[in-house]
Design a protein around this ligand. Structure first.
Ligand code: ZN
Ligand code: ZN
Ligand code: ZN
Length: 316
């Protein structure tokens, strides 16, 4: 794989839907002084093929962008529409303003439908001045290409009026006049590296009964909020250097892999490293959990080195 397509992933959040610590909880994990036990809601920043790609924008989006000093995103990919993954999408307003670009958001059709219902002011016309500028890309299970958003039209901020686009003759027009103008449907990407942009491979799984997507970027795959993964999808996860899997507890859970299920899957997929995310306070503190997993991997002779991820961890 060429340098151009080498992926680098920064974990921006590795906590369960309530984050860690949990409001009002006095358990040892929630009271831990170790920075690795402070977990924002699950999200990752992927640098791939020269692009800045964010996976999920939950309620901690603002702090996550600030902590990593992000001032430009080419794309936001959504795994599914649960608020711990989409609750921060209003805050793209800051990037709209600083970067003068609409946020390029990639998601499945059902997620788009939910967003139209849950963020009606983003999709109403004329727009309230300063409402978020989103440009939606509908994706499926087929590989797709994320384009650099520097190529997108530049937003012009007009005081009291809102965002507009400037026409070649200098006049200003509203960014969009209808929902359909805000939506682009992505065609399946052909095999091989695109000349421009990044080729991303979606991975289908179920989150209880809700279909969700994971994403593969070169030799890194990011999977969260799954409780099952179709056999046919394992084919897409061969030859990985890094895999991320979600787990929230030791016990069987209706919508997430249990730790046992995650370990079995990590072994089957056999990535060099498997990082656990979406972690809850039911696991011990980071230090103890890492020690426990190290022993388990060794005792079971797992084909992958399984470790808990933590906020700020960078893998490449
Ligand atoms: Zn979640
Ligand atoms: Zn707790
Ligand atoms: Zn979820």
């Amino acid at each position: 794989m060429g340098e151009k397509n080498k992926a680098r992933l920064t974990f921006l959040g590795t906590g369960t839907s309530q984050g860690v610590p949990i409001i009002g909880c006095n358990c040892p994990v929630c009271c831990s002084a170790d920075a690795r036990d402070k977990r924002f809601r699950a999200s990752a920043l992927v640098e791939y093929a020269g692009l800045n790609i964010l996976v999920d924008a939950g309620p901690d989006f603002r702090m996550q962008m600030l902590s990593q000093k992000v001032h430009h995103l080419d794309a936001i990919l959504l795994t599914h529409n649960h608020k711990d993954h989409t609750g921060g999408l209003d805050d793209v307003r800051s990037l709209n303003y600083v970067d003068r670009r609409a946020a390029e958001i990639y998601c499945e059709e059902n997620v788009l439908g939910d967003l139209i219902r849950e963020y009606p002011y983003v999709f109403s016309f004329p727009k309230y001045p300063g409402a978020p500028e989103w440009h939606m890309h509908v994706i499926t299970e087929e590989p797709f290409i994320v384009k650099p958003n520097n190529d997108a039209k530049e937003l012009v901020w007009v005081h009291d009026v809102g965002y507009s686009y400037r026409l070649p003759d200098g006049s200003l027009v509203p960014t969009c006049k209808s929902i359909s103008e805000m939506i682009e449907r992505e065609a399946p990407a052909p095999d091989g590296c695109p000349e421009q942009g990044a080729r991303v491979i979606p991975v289908r799984g179920l989150h209880d009964k809700l279909p969700v997507l994971g994403f593969r970027f070169g030799d890194i795959a990011y999977i969260t909020d799954m409780s099952s993964l179709e056999e046919s999808e394992l084919e897409k996860l061969k030859g990985l250097r890094h895999l991320t899997l979600n787990t929230v507890s030791y016990k069987k859970h209706h919508s997430h892999f249990s730790l046992e299920e995650a370990l079995v899957l990590a072994d089957r997929i056999g990535a060099e490293h498997t990082w656990l995310t979406h972690l809850s306070h039911t696991f011990p503190n980071h230090h103890e959990f890492a020690k426990y997993l190290g022993k388990e991997c060794k005792a079971r002779g797992l084909r992958s080195d399984v470790q808990p991820a933590y906020d700020g961890l960078v893998i490449e």
